[in-house]
Design a protein around this ligand. Structure first.
Ligand SMILES: [Zn+2]
Length: 289
């Protein structure tokens, strides 16, 4: 089957849609069934210009693998590129919910990202909307979305899409009203950290890379209304160019690593941050974009 409704589904996201000429009949044969969606990142360098510099490769393929390599592309602006209505070579050896080698069963989205966790706010808004739209057209639930990292065989063969948490995307896809465009001041995500013990550990969080990027670390309140103290010794953050951003609060004179209430750490431009902490109890990290 050559899926006829890809453009209609893509348009229902509200984002611009580019029909790549020939998409209606492009594929390694047709789809056998249409049962779900697999998310990917393109791993093309951030320095490549334009909205969707991977378009040629996902359409025509590379020396070792013939195209199409996805059914849909997602540009930096949130624009959706409709590439192929038939089977695309996107997942390789794979297994998910009883499906095996899912290329002719699951649609593949190749979203433009270098694979360092860097996504534009438009992509973080559009990616779940596109998944939701495709699942709606195939009348399937959000459990039928998975990342390449979830479906690959053997486990660990793939890491994409980096920075797009599967549970986060499903939650957004299931609640379209939660996918309002990001303004730069709202909480993008709340992460619960459960320490394995009271010793020193590091947790990595992923941010949107926006100028207003920050994390807010929130020790939990006990039954007596007081926060359980915890300690944050270092926050190391990186931008999409792999350069360090923000600051290491441990190097600021007078820094007190002990937190007895929430504290904000501004990390402008950060796409990920490592937080070194000690805490006896679970706590929350709010990601602000
Ligand atoms: Zn992939």
């Amino acid at each position: 089957m050559y899926v006829p409704w890809l453009v209609d589904a893509a348009r229902s996201t509200g984002y611009p849609v580019v029909e790549v000429p020939g998409w209606q009949t492009r594929g390694h044969g047709g789809m056998r069934v249409v049962e779900g969606v697999v998310g990917h990142h393109t791993a093309t360098a951030d320095s490549a210009p334009g909205d969707y510099p991977s378009l040629d490769i996902v359409t025509r393929g590379r020396a070792d693998l013939a195209g199409p390599l996805c059914n849909l592309g997602l540009g930096r602006s949130g624009t959706v590129y409709v590439v192929a209505a038939g089977c695309a070579y996107h997942a390789g050896a794979s297994r998910w919910l009883g499906f095996l080698d899912v290329n002719d069963e699951f649609l593949g989205i190749e979203a433009e990202s270098a694979g360092n966790g860097g996504w534009t706010p438009a992509q973080l808004d559009a990616y779940p909307k596109l998944v939701a739209a495709l699942l709606r057209y195939m009348n399937r639930g959000v459990e039928r979305y998975a990342g390449h990292k979830d479906v690959c065989v053997p486990v660990g063969r793939k890491i994409d899409p980096v920075g797009i948490d599967t549970a986060w995307l499903r939650e957004r896809a299931a609640n379209p009203t939660a996918t309002a465009p990001q303004t730069g001041v709202e909480i993008l995500e709340r992460v619960t950290v459960t320490p394995p013990d009271a010793g020193e550990h590091v947790v990595r969080v992923y941010l949107a890379g926006s100028a207003g990027g920050a994390i807010v670390i929130r020790p939990r309140l006990g039954g007596d209304g007081f926060a359980r103290p915890m300690w944050v010794s270092n926050v190391f953050a990186w931008g999409s160019d792999r350069a360090g951003v923000g600051h290491n609060p441990a190097q600021i004179p007078g820094h007190d690593p002990k937190l007895t209430s929430h504290r904000r750490y501004d990390l402008p431009g950060a796409v990920w941050a490592d937080v070194r902490y000690s805490a006896a109890e679970p706590f929350e990290i709010d990601l602000v974009g």
